[in-house]
Design a protein around this ligand. Structure first.
Ligand SMILES: Nc1ncnc2c1ncn2[C@@H]1O[C@H](COP(=O)(O)OP(=O)(O)OP(=O)(O)O)[C@@H](O)[C@H]1O
Length: 476
């Protein structure tokens, strides 16, 4: 059985908020006499994290994510409940916390390494590797108070991960670094995962959580509302985030219950069935005969419909009939790579709406966002829509995706009570399959239409060799 490395039982955290600083002082001198407000940042939280799990933690600002992490790390003590953590923890919580601003980067590496339990000798041996990973040049010998936030996080991440932690805790810190550095951090996170490390990862980036986490929890007002598959959790999180306040309570209840209705395993199985369908259905009965041998053609598979569409609570608009057509209007869901299609949906407005914008998104089965389009500039929006209006939205696209199954979102946003929000949104509104083709060179997810070519030189000793250039994939 997998060992539980982090266990929280009935953990609650109450902060006292004082109206005036003097009240805080009074509380210290005369406990219970000062005026204060109690605020429960965490309530009765139970959580068990097995070794090797990468757990994503999502939730709105102020939902208790950082408080939870700080309790696990031990920089905050819970008001009640018990916490057990088994293993060496490296944490990247607030930027550079644990760094002394007056010390140089080099001094802080030694200082922090020792705090994390390494000997001076061990740190000295790792120092070059840490400095190379942080890649901040001469700044390593400057006081860290002179660092930019990006430099801070580079050094902090390099130190935290060099100690080969059993448990790595990352709280949004990576969003500070540039993309190349983030990529480097993600591959280091992957290597910690690969050797069985446990990771807790707070992020507002849906793609990052879906990409690297095995499971996720949704924090809401100090409560762990849902523990589930990352895609399942993020879909519900987004739905809750955009729900009108009067519907949010009911939605919370529904989400809380979902854990008992849809199990993690059944959802994971559902995803892998859809993923496998990609391969298995290549020769599915609905496909025209000899689909691989002859020219591949589009067709409609009535079975290929999403079983798990998530609809946000509508605010005066309803999205209907999302589908894909060929340019001649034929409805299809089995597409051919590199050909043109149109993604269409209708929006029926039940209320007047202002500054209306439409959008779409294409994702993989696991929820990774590949690309989309939205009316972002004010020049692209419809300034005012009357009730009872129906708008047909069309997105023309070229299918530059490799064979597989993909999902589509549909959304319409507008101004409600002075706030820009979704009027209606469907996650996984429609799905389609890109059919496999023989002789394709494309790998990965996006077909970049790469044409390989080889230059074959028959005699390397010749001064002016006769070169034969073969451009591969000319037939494509
Ligand atoms: N020391 C403190 N004193 C009083 N209230 C606090 C203290 N620390 C946190 N809180 C409150 O507890 C709640 C949870 O805060 P926390 O930082 O855990 O949220 P979060 O989900 O990490 O938010 P964010 O996404 O903005 O980082 C917030 O309402 C915050 O104001």
């Amino acid at each position: 059985m997998t060992e539980i490395v982090i266990s929280l039982q009935n953990v609650s955290k109450c902060f006292k908020r004082y109206a005036r600083p003097v009240d805080r002082l009074k509380e210290l001198l005369l406990p219970g006499k000062a005026q204060c407000q109690e605020f429960w940042a965490l309530r009765n939280l139970n959580l068990e994290i097995p070794q090797g799990q990468t757990l994503g933690i999502v939730g709105r600002n102020g939902s208790g994510k950082s408080t939870l992490l700080q309790i696990i790390v031990g920089t905050l003590t819970p008001t009640s409940g018990t916490v057990h953590v088994n293993g060496r923890v490296a944490a990247l919580l607030e930027l550079g916390s644990g760094f002394n601003p007056e010390f140089t980067g080099r001094q802080n590496v030694f200082f922090n390494g020792q705090l994390m339990g390494l000997s001076y000798q061990e740190i000295a041996e790792k120092f070059d590797e840490i400095a190379a990973f942080a890649d901040i040049g001469d700044f390593i010998d400057h006081p860290v108070k002179t660092y930019s936030s990006g430099m801070f996080v580079r050094l902090a991440f390099a130190v935290a991960t060099s100690v080969e932690p059993d448990i790595l805790i990352v709280d949004e810190a990576l969003s500070v670094g540039d993309e190349a550095f983030q990529r480097k951090c993600y591959s280091r996170i992957q290597s910690i995962r690969a050797r069985g490390g446990t990771i807790l990862f707070v992020s507002h980036s849906a793609s990052a959580v879906i990409d690297i986490c095995d499971a996720a929890i949704l924090m809401d007002r100090g409560e762990k509302l849902l523990f589930h598959h990352p895609k399942f959790v993020l879909d519900k999180y987004h739905k809750l985030m955009y729900a009108p306040e009067d519907k949010a309570m009911t939605l919370r209840e529904e989400i809380r219950e979902l854990q008992n209705v849809v199990s993690y395993d059944s959802f994971k199985q559902h995803i892998s069935v859809v993923e496998n369908k990609t391969v298995v259905d290549v020769t599915c009965e609905t496909a025209p005969e000899n689909v691989i041998e002859t020219e591949i053609r589009e067709f409609l598979d009535p079975e290929l419909v999403p079983s798990n569409t998530i609809s946000y609570v509508p605010r005066g608009a309803k999205i209907t009939n999302p589908h894909i057509t060929m340019p001649d209007g034929t409805v299809v869901n089995n597409l051919v790579g590199r050909k043109e299609y149109i993604y269409t949906y209708s929006v029926a407005f039940t209320k007047a709406a202002e500054q209306v914008r439409f959008g779409m998104l294409i994702k993989t089965v696991s929820g990774l966002e590949l690309g989309g389009a939205s009316f972002t500039a004010s020049s692209q929006e419809i300034y005012h829509v009357e009730p009872e209006t129906i708008v047909i939205v069309k997105f023309h696209f070229k299918c530059l995706l490799t064979p597989g199954v993909y999902f589509l979102n549909a959304g319409v946003a507008g101004l409600v009570d002075g706030h820009f929000t979704f009027l209606s949104r469907h996650i996984d509104a429609a799905m389609f399959r890109v059919q496999p083709e023989v002789n394709s060179y494309s790998t990965g997810i996006v077909d970049l239409m790469i044409k390989p070519s080889l230059t074959i030189n028959s005699d390397l000793t010749e001064k002016h060799p006769e070169e034969v250039e073969i451009v591969l994939g000319e037939h494509l």
